[in-house]
Design a protein around this ligand. Structure first.
Ligand code: GLV
Ligand code: MN
Ligand code: MN
Length: 414
């Protein structure tokens, strides 16, 4: 009879795959640019599909481009336990974010098939087509597809920075936007995601595995500050309505308000565009993004209201107008307590150290948790670095995380 300690994933194969997927989409600066339906995305999905086949899984792609590898169960009809993560990256991203959950999920299912045979309940690993919102502001598009939360109409409306609609991108990679509703599934009972922590807690404390308790809620906004274009040399300082000076004051205020609220509130301004963009013209328009997160949705909403109020005061003071547009909102999510316990017990039984921790980063699991019992397994990120080329998790930690995933799936499915 198989015990959980008989189940271990292949370290050589995982190491090789992390490196191989880790160059698909590598830009001139070194980091990865693998955006929804671009050439790198296509190459990456082909690569992981090949690995799923090699593991002897039943492979298919759905209507939004999620790639699945299935290990069919013996007794549960069509019900499924799903694991996996996203294949897209942020701009100049690292090679572990998302990729580890796919590579680790394939390794886990391969190990289970080899060491324990066919499960009672069906297991599937998925390479989710999109999570980051890097190319279009349609975050979690892959999981939303599986949960029936997107539509053909959305693919016509959502465009990238060049004005290309998602529907056209889909056609280019051989997907039919009219079939988007067919991606919806009703057969998934659980979602379990392996991911790098992306923050410093596990690395700082030397703990091997993170049992995620919940995920912070977030809102993305675009703030557009409007002033007046004027000559840089001829317009006295007291006659200006400089949109960038207004935006800069707002940025400093947002940082202050968030710091005063205290940890774990976080606010990030990652994008800024200034128009007309001439060195010798006062800025007419400055548009910047705001990403604000907190594990408590009421606290997050209160902070956003406070920030919006201060932005209006700053705009008035500078003779400017400000417009705030919501782009994405994802409420905070709780991971399933039964699955957290199962993961903690499995780590104890494996002699692996673990601690419970919340996730500041957003994940596909955040959405799945609102629909099915969901859990996340974290492995350390060296120096807490992520969303950059420096993102790194030693192979030993990746393998340990995938082995914990395999053992948890064993307890759930066999
Ligand atoms: C995704 O990684 C996010 O947290 O925004
Ligand atoms: Mn990410
Ligand atoms: Mn991720």
């Amino acid at each position: 009879m198989t015990t959980i300690n008989d189940i271990a994933v292949s370290s050589t194969e995982m190491g090789d795959r992390i490196e191989r997927l880790g160059v698909v989409g590598r830009g001139p600066g070194g980091g990865l640019v693998r955006f929804l339906y671009d050439d790198a995305w296509r190459a990456a999905t082909d690569l992981v599909e090949g690995w799923m086949r090699h593991a002897g899984l039943q492979v298919r792609r759905d209507a939004v481009g999620n790639v699945f590898g299935r290990l069919p169960g013996t007794t549960d009809g069509e019900r499924t336990i799903l694991t996996g993560s996203h294949i897209d990256t942020v701009r100049s991203g690292g090679k572990y974010d998302g990729a580890l959950g796919i590579i680790g999920g394939i390794a886990a299912l391969a190990a289970l098939k080899e060491r324990a045979g066919r499960p009672r309940r069906s297991l599937e690993v998925v390479a989710i087509c999109e999570e980051e919102g890097s190319r279009v502001a349609g975050n979690l598009f892959g999981s939303r597809g599986m949960l029936g939360l997107t539509s053909t109409a959305e693919t016509a409306q959502l465009t990238d920075a060049d004005g290309i609609a998602v529907a056209d991108m889909m056609t280019r990679v051989g997907l039919d936007p009219a079939r988007v509703p067919t991606a919806a599934r009703r057969d998934v009972d659980h979602f379990v995601e392996l991911h790098v922590e992306q923050g410093p807690v596990l690395d700082d404390t030397g703990v091997q595995i993170g049992v995620v308790t919940g995920i912070a809620g977030l809102r993305h906004q675009l703030l557009t500050v409007c002033g007046r274009p004027d000559h840089a040399g001829a317009t006295p300082m007291d006659r200006r309505r400089d949109a960038l000076q207004g935006a800069a004051a707002m940025a400093l205020m947002i940082d202050d308000v968030t710091r005063c609220s205290g940890s774990p509130a976080v606010a990030t301004i990652g994008q800024l565009q200034v128009l007309p963009g001439s060195v010798n013209t006062v800025a007419e328009r400055a548009t910047f993004s705001l990403d604000l997160r907190h594990p408590s949705d009421p606290v997050r909403h209160r902070l956003l209201t406070e920030i919006a109020g201060h932005c209006r005061i700053i705009a008035d003071r500078h003779g400017l107008a400000v417009e705030i547009t919501d782009r994405w909102e994802e409420p905070a999510a709780q991971m399933d307590t039964g699955l957290q316990q199962l993961l903690a017990d499995t780590a104890d039984d494996s002699g692996v150290s673990w601690s419970s921790l919340p996730s500041g980063a957003a994940h596909d699991s955040q959405l799945w948790a609102r629909h099915v019992p969901t859990s996340m397994i974290f492995v350390p990120s060296v120096g807490g670095r992520s969303h950059c080329e420096a993102e790194y998790t030693p192979l030993e930690d990746c393998v340990r995380g995938a082995t914990m995933l395999a053992r948890v799936l064993y307890r759930m499915a066999y």
